[in-house]
Structures are given as C-alpha cells and as structure tokens.
Design a protein around this ligand. Structure first.
Ligand code: ARG
Ligand code: GLU
Length: 720
C-alpha cells in the first residue's frame, strides 16, 4: 500500500508538465499545451500560433541559414536575427578599408542592401504526423539495419502534396518512435540590411558570453527577396521584397516579471531522456575531457592575444568559437551537479523499474533496458574518451592538422578523380588558405601543438596512442613531444608560402610532394589508429545505445502514461514558453530580469576589445535620448531580459513573443548556471537571454540613423 501511495505521489508530480520545460511541436499545441499556456496568461489560441488554413505566427518564423532562427518583422520581408548569426554575412562584405564588423552597416535604401550567395531562409509550410506510414511493416524483430531500411523505403514512398517550388523532409522524433513530415519553402535571395558595430552586437564578447547580467545588442537585419509572383528565386536584380503570410507586430511596452513569453524557433539538439549512466558519463568523462583540452589551447591563445593587439584581432573569432563550447560545458557540469540531475534520474529509474516489475509483459519487454544501458555505457567509456581526445586535439585544437587534412583530401581527389578535378579543388583551397593564413600565427599553433600533444600523450591510455608518439616515461615524453612538434612544423606546411608552393604543382607532383611531409605521415598514422582501434568499438556501442534509447523512450511513454512528453530538439520548428523572470543563481544572490543601458556604461572600458562603447552611444546615453523606445515605467533604455523559456543552440535569433503574439525580444543565449537544460531542465536556474526589442529599434533608429526601416514595421502598445 505504502508503495502504491508513493507511486501515486510520484505519478502526480511527474504528470505536471512544468511551465518552462519543453520544446513543443507547433501542430500539437492544441492538444497538449493550449490550456496551460492560456492559464499562464497567453491570450492567443493554438490556431493563432500554428495554422495550415490561415496566416499564423509560424509563417513569420524562418530557419536562418540552417543554423539559426529568424523572424519576419515587416510586410516587405524584413528578417531579424542575431548579430552572431549574421556574422558570416557581415564579415564577407568587410574589407580592411571598410570593416563592417567594426563600424556596423545600415543600408539607407533597398538599393544598398547586400546580397549573400549561399545564405537561405526556410519556411515551414505544413507539418504532418506520418508515423503510421513510415513505420508500416516495421516490427521489433528486425535488426536496427533492417528497421532503418524499411523506414527509408517508406519515406521514399510517401506521396506528398506540394507545389513545385516547395520541398519536404521527414524527421524522426522520440528517438525514432514517431515521424513528422515538414513541407518547406526556401528563399535564397537574402540581403543584408543592417548590423550594429561589434561594440554593440558583440558587447561583452567572451567574458559575458553565457552570463547574466548581459548588455549585448546581438541583432542583425536582412531582407528576403522573391520573384515578382512572391515565389522563391535565385538572386536577381529583378526580384522584389517578399510579402509574408504573417509578420510580427512589435510591442513597445516591454515585459515585466510574470509576463507570459513564448519563443518560436529551431533548437538543434537536446538529450532530455538519457538514462543515468549516460548523464554520469557526461559529468565524469565527456565534459571534463573536452573542458580540459580546450582550457589548454585557450590559455595559449589568450597569452598571445593579450600581448599583441594584431594577434588579438586575428584570433578573436577562433577564440570565441573554442570558448563558447568550453564555457557552456563548465556550466553544464555544475548545473547537473547543483540540481542533482543524477539523483533525479535515479529516482525516475527506480520508479520505472518498480512499475515494470508489476507486469510480466512490461518486464519481459523492458526488464533488461536499464542493465543493458549500464553495460553499454561502461563499455563505451574508454572509446568515447579516446574519440574526444582525437577530435579535440587533431580536428579542433591544433590548426596544423586542419591544413594537413585538406591537403590529404586534395591528394585523394587527384587519385580518385584525376587532374582536372584536382586543379579545380586546388584553386578553391588556395583561396581558402589565403584567407585562413591571414588569421593564423605559426608560433601560437606550435605552442598549442606542444601543449595538446603532451596532454593527449599523458592522459590517453597507451593502447589508444598512435605508434608515432608512443614512448615510455614522463621525461622521454616531454622530449618526444618537443621533437615531434619540431618535426611536424619543419616542412613549412603551416605557412601560406609552403601551401602556395604545394598547390602550384600538378596533381602528380603534389601527391608526391605531400607524401614526403612528416606532418602528412603523422596525420595518416593518427587516422589509421582511430579507424582500426577506436571507431569500430565506438560505432558498435553507439549503435547499440541508439537502439536501446529508442526502446527506452517508447517504454517511458508507456510506463508513465500520466506524463506529457515532448520530443528532444532535432533542428525542427518548436514552441517553448515560460515567463519573463529572474533567478537565484546561488545563495543570497538574486538576478533581476531586465538590464539597462546604464549597465553598458558601468561595464565600459575605453579601448578594451570586449567592453569599449561607441562614442555615439555614449552621447545618446548622456542625452537620455531614447525616444519612443524608453521603458514606459522607468524612462530608462532596456537592453536585455531573462525568461524561463526552454531553448537551445539553434534558438539564436528566435523571436520572444508576448501573450498577444507581438514581438518583445530576440533570443540569443542562456545563463551559464542553466546550460544543463539540454540534458536536464530545472526551472529554478534555467533561463534564456533575449535582447529587448526596444533596444534593437533604438540602435537601428537613433544610433544607426536607419529609422526609415521602423516605418515598415507595425508598432503596438498592448499595455496601454
Ligand atoms: N553563447 C551563444 C551561443 O551559444 C553566443 C555565441 C556567440 N558569442 C560568443 N562570444 N562566442 O551561440
Ligand atoms: N547562442 C546560441 C545559438 O547560437 C543560443 C544559446 C543556447 O544555446 O541556448 O543558438
């Protein structure tokens, strides 16, 4: 009896789908979320958010370039996204004389908008549940390979209603227990309209990244162009601004604590239903390995960057991307610890086990799941660690190997496809390398190489080391690493001159020349070792884990019928909702949910690369000239705010929408303490960070002088 009551209490606590947690499929909102959303203050219906019959919020949301989210904010196809999402586009238009990243850019009319070959935005026209069709004929006796080929066959056989210029894709959900179809429209004439200078768009850079309080104006603006009939078209001077089915009205009234917020976008990947051994492995093995390796290379870069301004500029981008993951994982491990993620997983698994024990049928289907996970994760631990070491050292850490990898690929092109293919690729590589070496310093890479090889060597089990670096004792190891580093760099493959000379050769000469390079031989040795002694076991374990996870996901849904499940993120369109609210990161510390321009001035460090402030912004601040964008209560200029919306990488650039469907902010980050939300969401410390839309408009209008753009937008005052 006692057990039953416990069960019931647990069941009740689990059935409550907490406000905040979850990345929901737009087409299921009506069934699963509408009531809760409305009880939290939303004044829209599910149909206002997602409808196939009429324009709805979803028609204003785009997958931006496949890696971020954007939203339509005018009837003429204006798209808002983050500065760090538009970064590549802005960079591609920058020259030394005209550095748009540094100075910012504002097109003063449509004629000045800049095309971006390769950039696209994707709309979701319609979503359908196709589980039944995709899983037709699939059964549990099939091997995972048989299952996959049956699924692929069914997907290929789908008859999808769509017009010519539309595409579709089918994606697995709940680890392959459900399948949804997405009909899409992709527009590839996307022009840059505006971006603030980095001192606003990237204010605080890596020091503030993943942190609150935040003061970054992380936005940029684009415009979609279409053929005269409004359908997708390649870039053409004859294209016209796209007319959307819906564009977001913009609220100038802001949010305050307790206001409902919704974030709509394309989160990349979460792992909310992992079993406890997986979470333990992340905390004990995966994150620490990655963090340690990156700490080492960051330390070297930082040393050189601080010593010299030119170096600082060259390495800023690389440093930012290495630091982004590094800092997130540190927060993730701490957050998992702080919220006792493991304890909570164990609790759930204990309940799972006791529920299946109560039924012979469940027991026979699912009784061995948890022990099998335990075993497979344990088996995989040495391999996953080795994989991370190889990846972080040779793919992401030492830049020399990036160069070498490309050269080796070029040789394969010659061998497989002949001289012409070689010549074409060599030309492309040459222009890539001319760029690459602009921001490269051999001295830094050499030092990173020495430090990382040493770490690799000291921490990885000997059986996973490539022949070329095996040596016994520590003294010999240090010497050996120095010697290796010397040999690796001796052929000058890590210089533009060296690469130019190689690429000037014909295919045959090139192949012979690189075969003589020590760095190439070493790199091949590394690859061979990975292929022969690590990948086979790693792949087999991972495949087994994937299969178990599919069954476990199905089991969770059956064993906890009272609970509402949301599918892990998979780069498809999702809705997440919560409140505008602050949090308490640790004892006696409370974070307010809104930051103001005053905070920018408090952080101001003249000349500093992260915290410099543009003179014009200082002037506007001192004049208190915020126009219609000032906060209506305080009169101050809001900059960023926090919410309990469950977001992830890929949600960058997603709109933050108020209870009535108006745009109030632009998502761009999460707080450090809460980055474990990819694995374990906890309402107490998981927060997303958004730029206040009023700051975006203020910068655009008062700072950038592009106020004419505001005229295209629909500004509203829902609170007055
Ligand atoms: N943390 C944000 C995200 O994950 C912003 C990253 C870009 N900014 C940076 N300083 N690296 O994408
Ligand atoms: N900055 C992230 C992105 O580029 C969003 C932050 C997050 O991971 O939540 O998508």
């Amino acid at each position: 009896m006692k057990k039953l009551i416990l069960s019931l209490i647990l069941a009740l606590s689990l059935s409550f789908s907490f406000a905040g947690e979850g990345m929901w499929l737009p087409l299921l909102l009506k069934a699963l979320n509408e009531a809760e959303m409305q009880s939290m203050g939303m004044r829209m219906t599910a149909e206002d958010i997602y409808s196939v019959n009429q324009g709805s919020l979803k028609d204003a949301i785009v997958h931006f370039g496949g890696f971020c989210t954007g939203e339509i904010i005018s009837r003429s196809g204006l798209v808002l996204t983050n500065h760090h999402c538009g970064y590549g586009a802005v960079q591609s238009h920058s020259t030394i004389e005209n550095n748009l990243l540094k100075n910012g850019f504002w097109a003063m009319n449509k004629g000045e908008e800049l095309p971006n070959p390769g950039l696209f935005v994707k709309f979701i026209v319609r979503i359908e549940d196709v589980t039944e069709e995709v899983l037709a004929g699939v059964n549990e006796d099939m091997t995972s390979r048989e299952r996959q080929s049956a699924v692929d066959k069914n997907i290929n056989g789908l008859e999808v209603e769509k017009v010519d210029y539309q595409d579709y894709m089918v994606r697995p959900f709940f680890n392959g227990n459900q399948y949804f179809l997405f009909v899409t429209e992709t527009y590839s004439d996307v022009r840059l309209v505006g971006a603030p200078p980095e001192s606003i768009g990237k204010f605080g850079a890596d020091t503030d990244n993943w942190e609150w309080p935040r003061h970054t104006g992380d936005f940029s603006l684009f415009r979609i162009y279409a053929s005269p009939d409004n359908t997708p078209a390649e870039y053409s001077a004859d294209n016209v601004p796209y007319t959307p089915k819906h564009s977001l009205p913009i609220s100038l009234d802001g949010v305050e604590t307790g206001d409902f917020t919704l974030v709509f976008g394309f989160p990349g990947r979460t792992n909310q239903y992992l079993p406890s051994p997986a979470v333990k492995q992340i905390m004990d093995v995966v994150d620490p390995a990655r963090i340690n390796i990156r700490s080492k290379s960051l330390k070297v870069m930082d040393k050189y960057m601080r010593a010299d301004e030119a170096t600082r500029l060259k390495y800023a981008g690389r440093f930012a991307s290495v630091a982004n993951g590094w800092k997130k994982w540190i927060g993730e491990t701490q957050g998992l610890e702080q919220t006792d993620a493991l304890g909570k997983k164990n609790e759930l698994e204990t309940e799972f086990t006791s529920r299946i024990l109560a039924s012979d049928e469940l027991q026979s289907m699912y009784g061995n799941l948890l022990p099998s996970f335990e075993e497979l994760y344990a088996n995989n631990t040495p391999y996953i660690k080795a994989r991370i070491y190889y990846d972080e050292t040779f793919n992401r850490g030492i830049q020399l190997f990036r160069i070498v990898r490309n050269l080796d690929r070029l040789k394969s092109t010659y061998v497989n496809n002949g001289e012409e293919a070689y010549a074409n690729l060599a030309e492309r590589y040459l222009s890539f390398f001319e760029d690459y070496f602009e921001d490269y310093e051999t001295i830094i890479d050499r030092e990173v190489c020495e430090v990382l090889l040493n770490h690799f060597y000291s921490n990885l089990d000997k059986k996973f080391l490539p022949e070329s670096i095996i040596k016994e004792d520590a003294f010999m190891r240090d010497l050996r690493v120095k010697e290796l580093t010397h040999q690796l760099f001796q052929d000058e493959v890590a210089t533009i001159e060296g690469v130019r000379a190689l690429l000037a050769l014909d295919g045959k000469g090139f192949g012979e020349a690189i075969d003589k390079l020590y760095a190439i031989a070493f790199y091949r040795g590394v690859q061979d070792k990975l292929k022969s002694d690590i990948s086979p076991s790693y792949d087999a374990n991972t495949e087994g884990i994937r299969e178990l996870q599919r069954i476990y996901m199905k089991a969770l849904m059956e064993v906890f019928p009272e609970r509402t499940f949301w599918p892990d993120a998979n780069s498809t369109l999702r809705v997440t909702y919560g409140y505008a609210e602050g949090y308490e990161p640790r004892d006696a510390v409370t974070y307010q949910p809104v930051s103001f321009l005053d905070g920018v001035m408090q952080k101001y460090k003249p000349g500093d690369y992260e915290f410099d402030v543009h003179p014009k912004l200082i002037e506007l601040y001192e004049q208190g000239d915020f126009g219609q964008y000032a906060d209506r209560v305080t009169g101050k200029m809001p900059v960023c705010f926090l919410g309990s919306n469950h977001t992830s990488g890929g949600n960058s650039g997603s709109p933050a929408i108020d209870a009535d469907g108006n745009l109030v902010g632009l998502n761009f980050d999460r707080v450090w303490e809460g980055t474990m939300s990819d694995i374990h969401y906890d309402r107490s410390i998981c927060r997303n960070i958004m730029v206040d839309i009023r700051y975006v408009l203020f910068v655009l209008d008062k700072f950038g002088g592009a106020g004419y753009l505001v005229e295209e937008m629909e500004l509203v005052h829902p609170k007055s």
